[in-house]
Design a protein. Structure first.
Length: 223
């Protein structure tokens, strides 16, 4: 079974081009393309970000496994599952199974995410050290940040962009140090798009809040 999977993904590990005198595999190149498309779709609050994101995870799974970034590789499997859940949630997670709208996370929700990142990083670092991961602490921290960010994304919380931005700031030097220059570059793109995404989602949230306020009985009475 393992040999069969190896043969299936072997073409993705072939070099597609050279970048700064470093080989770039098809998995990394396709991860770059689908990753950029996924974040762009998310910034625009389009549900199509989920199928594109699932494809992105498949390419990055191959890439990270070959680079021995085991936590990131396993994370892609988790992201595929969360991607399907988020896809359904965005379409049917609102009141009476209506599409979700952009909202702000509660203080308790944010505290839970921060607590998960801290405790999860400690536990996962110990596990990855035992597994001889190449960057146990940073791999664990980015894994937990990404999981928290994905949960906030699945529930369409504005604060998802905060967690993605922090994770991207760590991912960039981590991947560059591994010689994954194109992946490092795509995470620079992700970071700039996080800023755009935060602004776009805040604007969408504020517009919705204004619409709700204008339709409220109090607002109507004041007119």
């Amino acid at each position: 079974m393992i040999e069969l999977l190896g043969r299936l993904v072997a073409p993705l590990n072939q070099v597609s081009l050279q970048l700064w005198n470093q080989p770039v595999t098809w998995a990394e190149l396709l991860g770059f393309v689908t990753g950029g498309a996924c974040v762009w779709l998310t910034v625009r609050s389009l549900v199509a970000n989920f199928p594109v994101g699932i494809a992105n995870c498949a390419f990055f799974l191959v890439l990270f496994a070959s680079a021995r970034l085991w936590a990131d590789a396993v994370l892609q499997v988790v992201f595929v599952v969360l991607g399907f859940l988020g896809w359904w949630k965005w379409l049917h997670g609102g009141e009476q199974r209506t599409p979700l709208v952009v909202v702000r996370a509660s203080r308790s929700g944010l505290a839970a995410c921060v607590g998960f990142v801290i405790l999860g990083t400690v536990g996962l670092t110990l596990l990855l050290r035992a597994a001889h991961d190449s960057a146990p602490f940073w791999d664990a921290l980015t894994t937990c940040l990404s999981l928290a960010a994905q949960w906030l994304l699945n529930t369409k919380k504005v604060e998802t962009w905060w967690f993605w931005a922090v994770a991207d700031c760590i991912y960039i030097p981590l991947y560059v140090s591994k010689g994954l220059y194109l992946t490092g570059l795509v995470y620079v793109l992700f970071l700039t798009m996080c800023i755009a995404g935060a602004r776009a989602w805040m604007n969408a949230h504020d517009r919705l809040a204004d619409e709700v306020a204008s339709k409220s009985p109090t607002a109507a009475g004041c007119g």
